[in-house]
Design a protein around this ligand. Structure first.
Ligand SMILES: CC(C)(COP(=O)(O)OP(=O)(O)OC[C@H]1O[C@@H](n2cnc3c(N)ncnc32)[C@H](O)[C@@H]1OP(=O)(O)O)[C@@H](O)C(=O)NCCC(=O)NCCS
Length: 148
């Protein structure tokens, strides 16, 4: 009888969360690992310094994850939530988003009328619903211009 393949057990390596922006090189490395488009490095460098809040996860001296909040206090966007593929499914993404949600709650408390927004692939709906995100109503569509 063929044995059913069991999913591999992931063992989390120790990591720490550090409240700082990723460097351009770290950011590009994470985006590249995730298969995301790579921005112009000069523009990325300037943008990374403008975030309202940034956090990185570091394991064995290397940045293995990041998350950023950009916005103006009325609108807050959770951006660039990325965990390096080799470090996924160990709770790092949850820890990064949880910390960002604490920060959004302090910038945009309940009844403030602020909007916390993110863009995510459909399969991450469950992941983000754990933090209170809901799908946008059907009468809203997401529109963008990507200047690649
Ligand atoms: C999304 C992402 C940040 C999650 O990071 P992570 O460290 O793997 O997340 P966690 O280990 O905290 O995952 C917690 C739970 O979320 C869910 N989850 C995580 N990644 C998922 C995925 N890609 N698809 C479906 N569910 C997922 C799982 O239920 C997981 O629990 P489990 O391991 O017990 O099944 C990571 O997969 C990633 O960097 N993906 C590529 C970039 C991306 O899409 N970023 C989000 C853009 S908004």
């Amino acid at each position: 009888m063929p044995r059913k393949d069991k999913p591999p057990i992931r063992v989390s390596k120790p990591y720490e969360l550090v409240e700082r922006a990723p460097s351009v090189a770290e950011f590009i490395a994470l985006r590249s690992d995730a298969g995301w488009h790579l921005p112009n490095q000069k523009i990325a460098g300037a943008a990374l310094n403008k975030a309202l809040y940034s956090i990185v996860a570091i394991s064995e001296g290397t940045v293995v994850g990041c998350a950023r909040i950009v916005g103006d206090g009325l609108y807050l966007y959770l951006q660039d939530v990325i965990v390096k593929s080799a470090s996924r499914r160990c709770g790092i993404g949850t820890a990064l988003v949880r910390r960002c949600m604490d920060v959004t709650a302090s910038i945009a408390p309940p009844n403030s009328g602020c909007l916390v927004v993110l863009m995510a692939a459909p399969e991450l709906q469950r992941f983000y619903s754990r933090f209170g995100f809901k799908l946008a109503p059907e009468n809203l569509s997401f529109m963008l211009i990507q200047r690649t």
